[in-house]
Design a protein around this ligand. Structure first.
Ligand SMILES: Cc1cc2nc3c(=O)[nH]c(=O)nc-3n(C[C@H](O)[C@H](O)[C@H](O)COP(=O)(O)OP(=O)(O)OC[C@H]3O[C@@H](n4cnc5c(N)ncnc54)[C@H](O)[C@@H]3O)c2cc1C
Length: 633
């Protein structure tokens, strides 16, 4: 019989999609979700393509697409499935992401009915394999500066796709080197009237037999640091002509008179609206990396519960390594963070469905807030995954370095999650800008930087209101008020109030720094404050994570599982405070006595949670079948 605490914790972590996750746990078989070790690149790519087909055959490719074309249009479910698939081979995961998320998602979101009718069925069935070709040699993060052109020829009603320079070659593109028959190419759209900014165009790249089409040069990025099963490659276009109908025209089109038309006049707004519709990719990458970290924790904690080294004087047996405080300190705070991040991931997934699911009403402010939160959460979660998988590898000693124990390949694969779908540093800046410009519209024509300080003040109020709106959390904060004795660190309310004070103070002071900006010095001023900007985004996300976790915790029925989760979340919160001790002390939020008490509390919690470590990893719900590491059996 399964442990009721495991079941309750798992259900809480699974959230609204418990049923879907249960189904995925049953159905995602090791037979096609894992890859043997030691395959050549060619073999791994071949296997990955086959497994992608299997995923499509099982119907998983349909989940995120419009119902009118045979999809299920459950945006949230497609993110949840992506997380579940991350328990398998990450090359397969990324291939799935490229085909259904990036390529299919761009056709669905940036295209209109004519594109949907022509292509979605084959995309969902993996009969039409495709690429999402945005990045160029010269520009990855700065997408607005892409150089590829799509020039309208009014005489033939065609778009001419061209790679004008070496730095305009599309590179690192998934599915490009071997499988793609078509690509969504991001290019500067030009008509007789002039340039209209970056747009997406469907460009056939290979014929049925797999040969490049005339004018298309395809290259292979070859051996990478990880993801060996994904065929990343390059595209260059020499005056390739496609019908004007291939322009994905949800946000801008060329009419029959050759005139550019768009419902959004401002080119910047149009560009960011266009990219905003693709936010699901970042939700998925965050969720996928979080899942990989859970699998690593399951392996390392199971191993740590059996592996013995050294004995206490007089003891008959050597100690189990997880009984050492240092080992607990390495693994348990990361386990606690994995829990907390899961709840934040559920919250953004739910919000994505509300804002972009079928029949959703447009909500620009909500969409902007989501984009900002997703950008920050993707950065925090992918870095957590990288750090955690490495810590787990070391926690398994030499055995952890053996490929059969799954950790090294996982680390190599997750590495690039910090870069694709947006470089993490650039994303944190985006998240901070989102916070600072939240009230942009309210301030009308005040210039962008001049209004920042005022906004920061407003924002503080709004954040407090938002938290206060959640009755359970407010009650928690109230219980912290007045507790200023120097050792009261073991409580969630105190930790929550620290997270809130940190987020508000950092944002307010950032606003004050940037308030001095003028049109002439804004760029330099922002650049000079980049460390502050990144910190503001990170601590804001930490706060969102803790709030989401506490909401889930508050919703549980009182009992042993709730108590246990409470201690896990306290460990998450106190470890975060411990890491930022210097800031809390510098800013007079805690004194030296309390600072020492935080460390003591983290140690106590590690010791307290040690007996529950296996329960806690079981509750993470990593399918046993996908943990093949001999050290974790
Ligand atoms: C395996 C793999 C698969 C990929 N798949 C695809 C795909 O299918 N389709 C696709 O279009 N792209 C794909 N990419 C490309 C990926 O999205 C880009 O690599 C990513 O956006 C980063 O761009 P870049 O490589 O040009 O790095 P850059 O933007 O040049 O960044 C380099 C460094 O500069 C820093 N930096 C940049 N700007 C700033 C700034 N303003 N302030 C401070 N620091 C800054 C960054 O933090 C980073 O550390 C893939 C990449 C890889 C490696």
């Amino acid at each position: 019989m399964s442990d009721p605490i495991v079941t309750e914790l798992r259900d809480t972590l699974d959230g609204r999609w418990a049923e879907l996750r249960r189904r995925a746990r049953d159905e995602l078989s090791a037979d096609w979700m894992l890859a043997p070790y030691g395959l050549s690149i060619a073999e791994h790519r071949e296997l990955t393509t086959k497994s992608l087909q299997r995923i499509a055959d099982e119907g998983y490719g349909r989940v995120g697409f419009p119902t009118a074309f045979g999809g299920e249009f459950d945006y949230a479910a497609s993110c949840v499935l992506f997380e579940m698939q991350a328990f398998g081979d990450l090359s397969l995961l990324v291939k799935v992401g490229v085909q259904f998320g990036l390529f299919g998602g761009a056709v669905a979101r940036l295209g209109t009915e004519r594109h949907h009718a022509a292509y979605l069925k084959d995309i969902m069935a993996a009969k039409l394999l495709g690429s999402f070709a945005m990045t160029e040699v010269g520009h990855g993060s700065n997408v607005q500066a892409l150089e590829t052109t799509a020039t309208y020829d009014d005489s033939t009603h065609e778009l001419i796709i061209d790679t004008p320079t070496e730095s305009a070659v599309k590179t690192y593109i998934g599915n490009a080197a071997k499988d793609a028959r078509m690509a969504v190419v991001f290019a500067q759209l030009q008509t007789a009237e002039g340039g209209h900014g970056v747009h997406a165009v469907l460009v056939p790249v290979r014929d049925e037999a797999g040969n490049p089409l005339p004018g298309v040069t395809i290259g292979d990025n070859g051996v990478k640091g990880g993801l060996p099963g994904v065929d990343n490659g390059t595209f260059a276009f020499q005056q390739v002509r496609v019908p004007k109908d291939n322009l994905l025209d949800a946000f801008g089109d060329i009419d029959d008179d050759g005139k550019y038309v768009s419902s959004i006049d401002n080119p910047d707004r149009r560009f960011f609206t266009m990219l905003g519709t693709l936010v699901r990719g970042r939700v998925c990458v965050g969720g996928g990396s979080g899942a990989a970290a859970k699998k690593a924790l399951a392996i390392a904690i199971r191993y740590g519960s059996t592996r013995r080294q050294f004995s206490a004087p007089g003891a008959e047996q050597e100690n189990v390594i997880l009984d050492y405080l240092a080992h607990q300190r390495n693994l348990l705070p990361r386990l606690a963070k994995a829990y907390a991040l899961s709840f934040a991931q559920n919250a953004v997934t739910e919000r994505l469905q509300e804002l972009q699911g079928e029949g959703a009403e447009p909500d620009q402010e909500g969409q902007r807030e989501l984009e900002s939160r997703v950008a920050g959460l993707k950065a925090v979660t992918t870095w957590h995954a990288l750090d955690t998988i490495q810590a787990c590898r070391e926690a398994c000693g030499g055995a952890g370095y053996m490929a059969e124990n799954q950790l090294v390949q996982m680390h190599a694969d997750v590495d690039v999650f910090a870069t694709f779908e947006g470089d993490n540093t650039v994303l944190l800046q985006l998240a901070a800008k989102g916070l600072l410009t939240d009230y942009k519209e309210m301030w009308g024509d005040l210039d962008a930087m001049g209004m920042v300080g005022k906004i920061a003040g407003q924002l503080g109020d709004r954040l407090v209101e938002r938290t206060a709106g959640r009755a359970g959390l407010q009650r928690l904060i109230d219980t912290a008020t007045g507790r200023d004795d120097d050792t009261a660190t073991d409580s969630l309310p105190w930790a929550l109030s620290m997270f809130e004070q940190r987020a508000e103070h950092v944002l307010e002071t950032l606003g004050n720094r940037l308030r001095k900006a003028t049109k002439d010095n804004a760029f330099e001023l922002f650049n000079a404050a980049q460390d502050h900007v990144l910190f503001a985004a990170r601590v804001h996300i930490d706060r969102c994570v803790l709030e989401a976790a506490l909401e889930a915790h508050e919703a549980m029925t009182s009992g042993a599982a709730k108590d246990l989760l409470g201690r896990v979340l306290t460990l998450y919160a106190l470890s975060s405070i411990e890491q930022d001790k210097a800031w809390f002390i510098e800013h007079g939020r805690i004194n030296a006595t309390r600072s020492r008490a935080v460390t003591a509390s983290v140690n106590d919690l590690c010791r307290e949670l040690r007996p529950h470590a296996l329960t806690l990893v079981d509750a993470l719900g990593v399918p046993d079948e996908l943990i093949t590491a001999p050290i974790a059996q």
